[in-house]
Design a protein around this ligand. Structure first.
Ligand code: RB5
Length: 144
């Protein structure tokens, strides 16, 4: 199950992502927001981050205008590694190296065509399970 969240700036792209996931038969849960009316991205970042941290959902996708605010907010939740990606190389690398569990994107930065490729790359790439990457992720998790 993929947790989805956005603010007003990301609402339209989130709707595109939902359509795309449906076409791919990938289950999702939409944590809002539900319109283009102005709202506060930390609310939705927290909902999605908590759903992923609690294992209610395996991964999350968060979208705001730039992707910056929503990724900063999501990364405050313990166990969350939210990666802001606007290209497929970064989306692949962050799964392989960082085992990122949330993809963040900015709807005012990338068009829907590229955004959906980034989503596919993120969801289809496995963590490398490489010992050095595990060590570094643990260093982040344990704050050492
Ligand atoms: C909202 O206008 C905008 O600030 C927000 O979507 C995001 O870009 C924040 O980082």
């Amino acid at each position: 199950m993929i947790a989805l969240g956005c603010d007003h700036g990301g609402y339209s792209l989130k709707e595109e992502v939902k359509k795309h996931l449906e076409e791919r038969n990938i289950a999702y849960k939409d944590y809002g927001c539900d319109s283009t009316e102005s709202c506060d991205y930390p609310i939705y970042a927290k909902k999605v981050a908590q759903a992923v941290a609690s294992k209610e959902c395996e991964q999350g996708i968060l979208i705001c205008g730039t992707g910056i605010g929503i990724s900063i907010a999501a990364n405050k939740v313990k166990g969350i590694r939210a990666a802001l990606c606007h290209d497929c190389f970064s989306a692949q690398a962050t799964r392989e190296h960082n085992n990122a569990n949330i993809l963040a994107m900015g709807a005012r930065v990338v068009g829907p065509g590229l955004a959906l490729k980034i989503v596919d790359t993120f969801l289809d790439t496995e963590f490398s399970n490489d010992e050095r990457h595990i060590r570094r992720i643990n260093m982040i998790e344990n704050d050492d």
